[in-house]
Design a protein. Sequence first.
Length: 117
Amino acid sequence: MNKKKKQKTPVKKSTQNKKLMPISFISIFSNGYFVVLITLAIITTTAITTIMMHNEIEYAYNVKKRLEQDLVRSQQNIAELEIEIAVLSRPDRIRRIATERFNMVVKAPNTEVIRVQ
């Protein structure tokens, strides 16, 4: 008897039988890419938030500085106007203008006025 070795014929695996594994959340968590992705997202968000907050703080500081300058300017204007009011409302000045411009006379304290009709 001839002993022939039985040769195994290689079984061809068809590519149609292979199912592609869909990417699932478990496979994303199992590798380190997800952790790196989350870390980059957190770092980016933190950087953007920090820059935005810095800009808002700087803007608020500039507004405050402008308002303080306006307040000082307004207080100076008020002081100048109060001085001008004091100068313009002096009794001797009012009396002089009344007599020169409007030909008014100063009434004596005990003078009685008699009107004739």
